[in-house]
Structures are given as C-alpha cells and as structure tokens.
Design a protein around this ligand. Structure first.
Ligand code: CS2
Length: 326
C-alpha cells in the first residue's frame, strides 16, 4: 500500500539527520534500535527520545544503543508504522494513526471529548486505556512503553476563524485518521489527510488553507512562517504513545527488555517536565513570531460533532461515554 523505498528508510537524508552513533558504540552494541518520529530537533519529543537513547545505553553498558531520526527523516508516521514489522524502524511516537489495526483508539480523537489535561491523564491511567493498549499490542504488534502528554490541538489559518461560518469549505489538513475526517466534515470543513512532513509546503503553496495541531508542533515546525492565526479551538486533547515493535522487544534478552522499559518510564517523566515548562511559554513564543490569537465561538462546533459517534462510530459509544464519565 505504501511502497517503502531506500530513500524513506535509512537513505542519505535519514542517516544525516539521525543522532548517529560513534563507531565504538556501534561495534560494542548487540542491538541497534532505530527511533523515528515526525517532530524536529527542538521539540520535546526529540529531547525525550534522546534521553531514552542515553538511558538505554547506560543501563545496558552499551549493549543496546538507539539512533534517533527526527523530522520524518526515516519515513512519515505511517511509513514508520508499516516499516516496524519489516525491521526498518523499531520505535516511534504515535497514537490514533494506529486505528487501522486497533479501531478503539479512535475514541481518543473525538473533538471536545476531553475537558482538560487532568481528564486526559485520568483516561491514560484507566482500565479502558489498558484495553486499548492491549488491542494495539495484539493487533498492531506494537507495544506502548510510555506516553507524552500533549497540549490541545488548535486550528491555524491565514484568516481569522471567528465562527463556524468561517470554516465552511476550509481546506484543512488532518492526520490520516478517520475521526478527524468525520468530525471536521460534520463541522463543515473540507478535511484532507496528509503526512505531517508535507504540511508546511502545502500551506506555503496554498494547496490547503490550514492545519490543526498543538502549540508545540505549530512552533517547532515553524508553521508561523506560512500561517497568521491561531484559532483557540482546543478541539482535541490527547496523549501520544511511544511504541516499540513488540516482536523486536520480545526477541531481546530479558535484561535488555527490562532496560528498555525502565528507560521508557524515565523518558516519560523527563519529557513531562520539559513539556510543561515549554507549554506555558508557547503562546507568547507564537505571538512573538507574529501569530494572532482568535477566541473562536465554539458552541456551534461542539454542537456539530454531537452525532458523529452514534452515526459514524456506533462501536465507540460505550468507550466515549465511559471517557465522559471519568
Ligand atoms: C501529528 C500526529 O500529524 C500530526 O498532525 O499531530 O502526532 C497526529 O496526532 C497523529 O495522528 C498521531 O498518531
């Protein structure tokens, strides 16, 4: 479905962008893990991934090492997900993009479902999240080993979005996730799935009118160079998993598996502190880059997505109700 080329996996671009290992590190290593993600070097995801690499090497005395490939340099999110079973990558940062294997993960992506970060965190530690995790492990053969909390997703644009009328027919890039398409279609926009790596260029060329993401990615991907407004929609609140190919993990020596799990837990705590420090300053940072913030009137948006779950995803009614009650 997605032909994997050498360029996408470990080609020149990837090798140049990765935190390449020194020859003595590679020589001593029994295992070289490849950690691929879509954010750039300034993003806390990348700093978390680097910390994981440092910890795993330290905990295994260099027997397990990890190369980190930011910026989709080893492949887009989807290419990486499909490349993991083929041994082309080992770890990545992902969530609802795994819906093709584990459909229940889509519940996490419904607009206006989570009220705030505490609600997201309560869900991430719940039995329901454990069930979703089990589905991911058994169906996608990917094992979530930690997660990063994210800021709310906001719609960015070149003209202000004050009301729902302003978004009718708006060409909106969304991740390739059915819930985003269904919710934004119900709102009246024209959602177009696209890989994250292509979003900047598509906005620059006017192929799309805008995109939606948390402050952190709007900033690190420099979307402020091609977008003028952050519309305060906060329509999706989520966390995102760090996953490792489960077959790869199970094939490792037990003490190496333990080191991976410990390093992941420490990475999660490390990234969380960085995330909060950064998140509190990002609004000012984006304003400093010239973005204007708009208080979009949200009532009609909330109203518009009310029937999406019963009509398009009846299988998720129970999960969504359980999340609302958390
Ligand atoms: C990112 C992804 O591509 C994007 O816009 O924000 O992390 C997105 O959330 C993915 O769907 C996660 O699986």
């Amino acid at each position: 479905m997605f032909p994997l080329t050498r360029r996408q996996f470990g080609g020149l671009a990837g090798a140049a962008a990765a935190t390449t290992l020194l020859p003595h590190q590679r020589a001593r290593a029994e295992e070289v893990l490849r950690f691929s993600h879509i954010a750039n070097e300034d993003n806390t995801w990348h700093l978390g991934a680097l910390e994981f690499a440092r910890l795993v090497e330290e905990k295994t005395n260099g027997e397990v090492v990890c190369e980190v490939y930011p910026n989709s340099s080893l492949g887009t999110e989807r290419e990486t997900l499909e490349g993991i079973p083929l041994g082309l990558a080992d770890l990545t940062i992902t969530s609802d993009s795994m819906a093709q294997w584990a459909p229940s993960i889509l519940a996490m992506s419904h607009c206006f479902l989570f009220r705030d970060s505490d609600h997201v965190l309560r869900f991430m530690e719940s039995e329901l999240a454990d069930q979703i995790k089990q589905e991911v492990i058994s169906q996608a053969r990917l094992r979530p080993i930690g997660y990063f909390l994210r800021g709310p997703r906001y719609l960015t644009s070149k003209r202000p979005i004050n009301t729902i009328d302003d978004v009718q027919g708006f060409k909106l890039r969304v991740p390739n996730v059915p819930m985003f398409i269904d919710d934004w279609s119900a709102i009246g926009a024209n959602p177009t799935p696209m890989a994250f790596a292509e979003v900047f260029g598509a906005m620059q060329q006017g192929v799309i009118d805008g995109q939606e993401n948390p402050f952190a990615l709007i900033d690190s991907a420099k979307f402020y160079e091609v977008q003028d407004y952050v519309n305060l929609t906060a329509h999706v609140r989520q966390a995102i998993y760090v996953v490792i190919g489960d077959d790869r993990l199970q094939a490792m020596r037990p003490e190496h598996q333990d080191a991976v799990m410990e390093a992941a837990a420490e990475m999660q705590a490390y990234e969380r502190d960085l995330f909060w420090a950064k998140e509190t300053e990002l609004e000012e940072v984006l304003k400093g880059h010239g973005m204007e913030f708009i208080e979009t009137e949200l009532g009609p948006f909330v109203e518009a997505v009310q029937n999406v779950i019963p009509e398009k995803h009846p299988e998720l009614v129970e999960a969504v109700e359980a999340i609302q009650a958390m």
